[in-house]
Design a protein around this ligand. Structure first.
Ligand code: ZN
Length: 404
């Protein structure tokens, strides 16, 4: 066996292999990395003859795949704690949005904030995710809503990944809200998103996938379809904010367009769940938004299970509906509010989150050849990761084979 870069011994692994409904635990084994990839996993037999530049005794710590937060809006100007106060005295999200608040308030703040300032604020928030084991994060634009401001957000997202501390997947979300200057020209804005904005992001090398907000307070299925088709024609994977506040047929539309994921899904019906299963579209559940908005209608978890739709869980970290910077609290909420088992929730932030980003061939489970992204936890049982609130159980992260 060629010399390993690092070998971690005496680990309890939660492998999250696809074929293991119990998460595929392996007790008191070793895991080794070479050139950033997992090169060996197993007990004494598998490790016989292994030599490593660095050997780390984990003394029974648990190791999971590094967490993948597959849906965030981490880059933005200002915050919306004022709207939080309004909602607490009975104003609805839709009402606040109609009165010029909501996403459009963050758009004004994001346009006005300098790039360096956006980067510093987002880096602080990202740090909270990393402190809870995140090694891959998806970050959306969508608070610029003009070409230069959207590119500014995507450059900030790119810079956040340039440190090597975390891998960042960048999503263009031009179709997030109608900017005020297009209030009388909806169609022109949709065309901007489907053409010049997309092409500018591609030309600058700043975009990995495309998302849209299909909702009564945002964009229709027709408008959304226009942008999804344009993205696919350019070879970009698509995703969708779907059926969060009403059933507009958005999850079915996502499936129709072969979307990697449909996200939120509180109002999604059974037929759309079947279409998602057929299309291989992942269901991304966002319990932070459900909690903050005091929703009562839950996503169709039983139907998703029955039809075999992979379920992912994410923070949806954003300044309005989900100011949640704790991936572990998102896991707890997915269990308590949506009834996921701890292993289902953990799979939702590892292997199934990788699927939602089109990266499951490369990461999301502990298997030979995959990226060696690990989260090392000081816990007695994996379920503790979903059970404690505020426990800070992370010991170390490993990103592409390197201890962080
Ligand atoms: Zn979102």
């Amino acid at each position: 066996m060629a010399t390993l870069d690092t070998l971690w011994l005496n680990a309890n692994l939660l492998t999250m292999r696809e074929d293991a409904p119990d998460g595929g635990p392996l007790h008191r084994v070793g895991i080794g990395a070479r050139d950033g990839r997992i090169a060996v996993i197993g007990g004494i037999d598998a490790l016989a003859g292994a030599i490593a530049h660095e050997v780390v005794d984990l003394d029974g710590a648990w190791v999971t795949p590094g967490l993948i937060d597959c849906h965030t809006h981490l880059v933005f100007g200002g915050d919306r704690s004022n709207e939080f106060e309004l909602r607490l005295v009975g104003r609805s999200y839709a009402e606040i949005a109609k009165a010029g608040g909501g996403i459009r308030a963050t758009v004004r703040a994001t346009r006005e904030t300098a790039e360096a300032e956006l980067l510093a604020a987002a880096a602080g928030r990202l740090g909270r995710l990393l402190a809870e084991g995140v090694t891959t994060v998806e970050i959306k634009s969508g608070y610029g809503l003009d070409v230069s401001s959207e590119l500014k957000m995507l450059r900030v997202a790119t810079a956040l990944g340039a440190t090597g501390e975390v891998q960042v997947v960048r999503t263009l979300l031009g179709l997030h809200a109608l900017p005020d200057e297009f209030a009388a020209a909806r169609e022109a804005y949709v065309e901007l998103c489907a053409g010049p904005m997309l092409d500018a992001a591609l030309a600058a090398g700043l975009v990995d996938m495309v998302d849209a907000f299909c909702e009564t307070i945002a964009f229709s299925t027709g408008e959304t379809a226009r942008v999804l088709a344009a993205a696919r024609a350019r070879g970009l994977p698509v995703r969708l904010h779907a059926d969060q506040l009403s059933d507009m047929g958005a999850a079915a539309l996502a499936a129709e367009h072969g979307a990697l994921s449909a996200d939120h899904l509180e109002h999604t019906g059974t037929a759309a769940v079947r279409a998602m299963a057929k299309a291989g579209t992942v269901a991304v559940l966002l319990p932070g938004a459900f909690y903050m908005l005091n929703e009562t209608k839950r996503p169709p978890v039983a139907a998703l299970r029955r039809e075999g739709v992979p379920i992912a869980v994410a923070t949806d970290a954003n300044p309005g509906s989900s100011p949640l910077l704790s991936p572990l609290l998102a896991l707890n909420m997915a269990c308590v509010l949506f009834g996921l088992s701890p292993i289902e929730a953990l799979r939702g932030m590892t292997l199934n989150a990788a699927k939602a980003l089109g990266l499951a061939h490369d990461r999301g489970s502990l298997e030979l050849g995959k990226r060696c992204d690990l989260a090392i936890w000081r816990i007695g049982r994996p379920a503790e990761l979903c059970y404690w609130m505020g426990a800070a159980p992370l010991e170390r992260r490993v990103v592409a084979g390197r201890m962080r």
